[in-house]
Design a protein around this ligand. Structure first.
Ligand code: MF3
Ligand code: CO
Ligand code: CO
Length: 266
């Protein structure tokens, strides 16, 4: 198993791709509101990527082994949809929660990030789920440093989700990213401290926990992509692309609209 170590030049390009992914989410944010369809968000994103950013939407026609080509330029996962929801004519409604997940390719390198949005005023449970998932992602990111193990990241994410009564989806994980969309290592969102790959400066991977309000089980829909919770409970996800630096981490998917990190004691 070989985990790529990025050169200084590749890191510059990954920083640019990460910033563009985050700026795309900034651009989409005012459009993620009641009455808008997920297909409209997808079209806006596509045009912005191709005509404004001169980036390539990495998800469009993405076809890993065993999958049909993914038909859209981003993923929109509403309520009990865990991930990979396909944009369409579903209108956003007050009370929905939605994850918007974008991956852009710039100068051959990928930037991958997702955020959660509330449509109208969230229920107490929705807000807790989304906030705990955000805190869990950040606990994972803050565990990133040379010499730490991937199991340290998974452990703090799992502990935070489960101690709040939620559960971690096991079937999907974070991933190395660079010139390829998904490469080694696999970054599990559960685990035991001190286990798994030892981190080195120059590794780049995503941290993207999927947290369910109910049980961890999932089901895939007949469209071949959409993943839902088996018990139809709500699910949330946040994602950043992260570089291992000489003394810790650098989040690459940042822009002026990036939500601030939670307080250290959250
Ligand atoms: N952006 C997703 C990730 O975080 C992958 C989406 S693949 C798609 O890895 F084909 F479903 F779009
Ligand atoms: Co990802
Ligand atoms: Co993503």
């Amino acid at each position: 198993m070989s985990v790529p170590i990025k050169s200084a030049d590749e890191i510059v390009r990954m920083r640019e791709a990460g910033r563009l992914a985050s700026e795309l989410l900034d651009y989409l944010t005012p459009h993620v509101k009641a009455g808008v369809t997920t297909g409209e968000i997808d079209r806006l994103a596509h045009v912005y990527m191709v005509d404004v950013q001169r980036t390539v939407p990495a998800t469009l026609n993405y076809a890993p082994p065993g999958h049909s080509p993914y038909p859209a330029s981003l993923c929109t996962s509403i309520n009990h949809v865990v991930c990979h929801g396909i944009p369409g004519d579903r209108k956003l409604r007050n009370g929905d929660i939605i994850n918007v997940d974008v991956t852009v390719i710039k100068d051959e390198y990928h930037g991958d990030s997702s955020r959660m949005f509330f449509i109208g005023a969230p229920s107490i449970q929705s807000r807790r789920l989304v906030d705990v998932t955000y805190e869990a992602m950040w606990k994972g990111i803050r565990a990133v440093r040379p010499g730490a193990h991937l199991g340290d990241i998974g452990h703090v994410i799992q502990r935070h989700a489960e101690s709040n009564g939620f559960s971690i989806v096991r079937e999907f994980c974070g991933h190395g990213i660079g010139r390829r969309f998904h490469e080694e290592p696999q970054v599990l969102h559960y685990g035991r401290p001190g286990t798994g790959l030892k981190l080195q400066p120059g590794m780049i991977f995503t941290v993207e926990p999927m947290v369910n309000a109910g049980r961890p089980g999932i089901r895939g829909l007949a469209d071949g992509w959409t993943i839902v919770t088996a018990d139809h409970s709500l699910s949330a996800q946040w994602e950043h692309t992260v570089l291992v630096t000489d003394d810790g981490f650098e989040v690459l998917t940042v822009s002026s609209g990036t939500p601030p990190p939670p307080p250290l004691d959250a």
